[in-house]
Design a protein around this ligand. Structure first.
Ligand code: ATP
Ligand code: MG
Length: 176
């Protein structure tokens, strides 16, 4: 599985539809302070279901919607689309979308069909992709990993080894 593209529209400072293509194995995003680099990382977390306002550097969920500038009026909706390629080793694509409207309405889509956040989480479980999975390493997290407890470190290894999904299913079955 590889990340091919991220498309932002009305998300934070990206009022216009903006597409990022990740064609090479390593892509760096550079630019002056305040140009929106961290907003791209926020978009990745948001589309994967981030619910924490603090983690998104917002005080309200609607703060992710473009709030307008002196030259432009605010957007009514924020949308982030993330496109993965080679999902099954046979070249198929996976597209996930999250939308939020100013009136609070919100939707998740998988390959263009409405789905639940749970479906998105399930899809990425054990792939290392996810809001709190190891594929997103933010400032300060290396230190956290080094000083993590045995239990926390085990959770990271379990995700990498691909057994988190089974553990989640077992927990759900035991609740029923
Ligand atoms: P640094 O190099 O300082 O880390 P950066 O490139 O990571 O900067 P970001 O934090 O991604 O910058 O972007 C901050 C900018 O995004 C600010 O100018 C802020 O006003 C703008 N911004 C954040 N949310 C919104 C929003 N909802 N609408 C419009 N602009 C927004
Ligand atoms: Mg930044």
């Amino acid at each position: 599985m590889r990340l091919n593209k991220i498309i932002l529209h009305g998300f934070k400072s990206f009022a216009d539809k903006t597409e990022f293509s990740f064609e090479d194995s390593i892509t760096g995003i550079v630019g002056p302070n305040g140009c929106g680099k961290s907003n791209v990382v926020d978009a990745v977390k948001w589309v994967l279901g981030e619910q924490s306002k603090k983690s998104l550097r917002s005080s309200q969920m609607a703060d992710v919607i473009f709030s307008g500038s002196s030259k432009r009026k605010a957007s009514g909706m924020a949308e982030v689309v993330m496109i993965f390629g080679d999902v099954d080793g046979e070249g198929s694509e996976l597209q996930i979308t999250r939308r939020l409207y100013r009136d609070g309405d919100s939707t998740y889509l998988m390959n263009g069909k409405t789905c639940r956040l749970k479906d998105i989480r399930e899809q990425f479980m054990d792939t290392g992709v996810g809001v709190s999975a190891y594929s997103i390493i933010e400032q300060g997290q290396i230190g956290q990993l080094l000083s993590a407890s045995k239990k926390e470190r085990r959770m990271i290894f379990e995700e990498a080894a691909g057994i988190s999904k089974f553990k989640a299913h077992k927990k759900e079955a035991q609740r029923k």
